[in-house]
Design a protein around this ligand. Structure first.
Ligand SMILES: Cc1cc2nc3c(=O)[nH]c(=O)nc-3n(C[C@H](O)[C@H](O)[C@H](O)COP(=O)(O)OP(=O)(O)OC[C@H]3O[C@@H](n4cnc5c(N)ncnc54)[C@H](O)[C@@H]3O)c2cc1C
Length: 369
């Protein structure tokens, strides 16, 4: 069997590595002509995402490019810390627990790992259409294979090929702004997420071992209100949401230069059709959670490994796709539904063990039922 994977982000690269381990040939076709340089933002891969990477021996590139997230603190609008939580991490160095890294370095690390494992990885290949056995790209080239895996993210083309009537992504009612500052004189949160619920918006920050600070601000707003903003304009929008409050948010934002990225956020609560006889969706293409969940990447990693297990153990693609959907749909839709309510209320989800303690045993045999 040969798999053609569309999208070389998180799920595309990890699906390719998992398939290789399962003895299935795969090639990856990514729309962007270069690495993930324009992929602003940062993210945290939680316990369950790291577990999925470990299942296929692919955690090292992530660990090497990230720093540990050891816990979080919740702070109220008047500056009181109301909750401190340590993430459950088995090793003292924090290597097996959640890891924070920029999206660009995550993509780069995973793509380099795919290439180093001898898997074909093509850039500048934007899928425009597909039929059974053939993927067609914008540059006129094609890729042939027995199955097509749509790992092409939130605005998946493969999703619309499988089901032209699929619902479009939904606005979460939030603009999300990210920034990076190297100013070490501002309040720091070393390897810790300090999450601040202010009067009008939500702010979170964490500091790297060398004293840089990564921050994000979630600003409730309708879709289409802030469009085409420059870095300075996004910084001003974030600053305005926290200015005058007894919190460090405005100070941190003010200390940031042009390393600011913003945009409106979307989710995909339920995709009615995940597969047909020769095509299947993974990661955000199948289900996308609000950024408030902090789980989209981890879920994409879980999907990728489970899909490869199903293709390894079941006799044909449709049977494997059916088992994959059975194993994944309820879990991911529970997450997306929970994160949508987190987005709207900006409260924290306190019981996340069902998410974090998920474990994938690579050698476990997948059965049809
Ligand atoms: C602002 C923001 C913050 C987030 N923060 C977190 C976080 O802290 N923790 C977390 O776990 N998750 C977070 N997420 C979610 C996480 O980024 C996604 O869930 C994750 O990237 C999904 O991985 P994926 O591989 O399915 O999709 P993507 O990472 O989006 O990868 C899709 C790839 O497909 C390529 N592509 C798209 N269309 C085509 C095409 N037609 N042809 C070929 N290639 C194509 C894209 O260029 C891209 O490389 C966040 C998301 C956003 C928007």
């Amino acid at each position: 069997m040969k798999a053609v994977i569309i999208g070389g982000g998180i799920s595309g690269t990890v699906t390719a590595m998992a398939l290789r381990l399962a003895g299935i040939e795969a090639s990856v076709h990514e729309a962007y002509p270069s690495g993930g340089e324009d992929a602003g933002a940062f993210l945290t891969i939680m316990h369950n995402g790291m577990d999925a990477l470990r299942a296929i021996g692919a955690e090292a590139p992530v660990v090497d490019n990230s720093f540990a997230a050891v816990g979080l603190e919740l702070v109220t609008p008047d500056g009181k810390t109301v909750e401190r939580r340590s993430f459950d991490v088995a090793d003292s160095a924090g290597l097996t627990g959640p890891r924070t890294l920029t999206r660009a370095s995550l993509y780069r690390a995973l793509q380099e790992e795919v290439i180093s494992r001898g898997i074909t990885f093509e850039r500048g290949k934007r899928l425009v259409s597909a039929s059974p056995g053939v993927a067609r790209f914008e540059d006129g080239s094609v890729a042939e294979g027995d199955i097509l895996i749509g790992a092409d993210g939130l605005r998946s083309v493969v999703r619309t090929i499988i089901d032209p009537a699929c619902p479009p992504p939904r606005s979460t009612g939030l603009d999300v702004v990210y920034g990076y500052t190297t100013d070490t004189s501002i309040p720091q949160a070393p390897s810790l997420y300090r999450m601040i619920q202010s009067l009008h918006a939500f702010f979170g920050y964490t500091s790297t071992p060398d004293g840089s600070t990564y921050w994000f601000a979630r600003l409730p707003t309708a879709e289409g209100v802030r469009v085409g903003l420059s870095a300075a304009e996004w910084r001003s929008a974030a600053f305005a949401a926290f200015d005058g409050e007894p919190l460090p948010a405005a100070e941190i934002i003010q200390s940031t230069g042009d390393d600011v990225f913003g945009g409106h956020s979307y989710d995909v609560p339920s995709t009615p059709v995940w597969f047909n006889a020769s095509m299947v969706l993974v990661g955000d293409a199948a289900h996308a959670a609000s950024p408030a969940a902090g789980q989209g990447a981890s879920m994409a990693l879980e999907d990728s490994v489970v899909l490869a297990q199903c293709l390894r153990d079941l006799p044909d693609a449709p049977t494997a796709f059916m088992a994959y959907e059975r194993l994944r749909r309820a879990r991911v839709e529970k997450l997306v539904a929970g994160s949508a309510s987190v987005s709207s209320s900006t409260t924290s989800d306190r019981d996340r063990n069902w998410l974090y303690q998920h474990h994938i045993e690579w050698d476990a045999k997948i059965t049809r039922n």
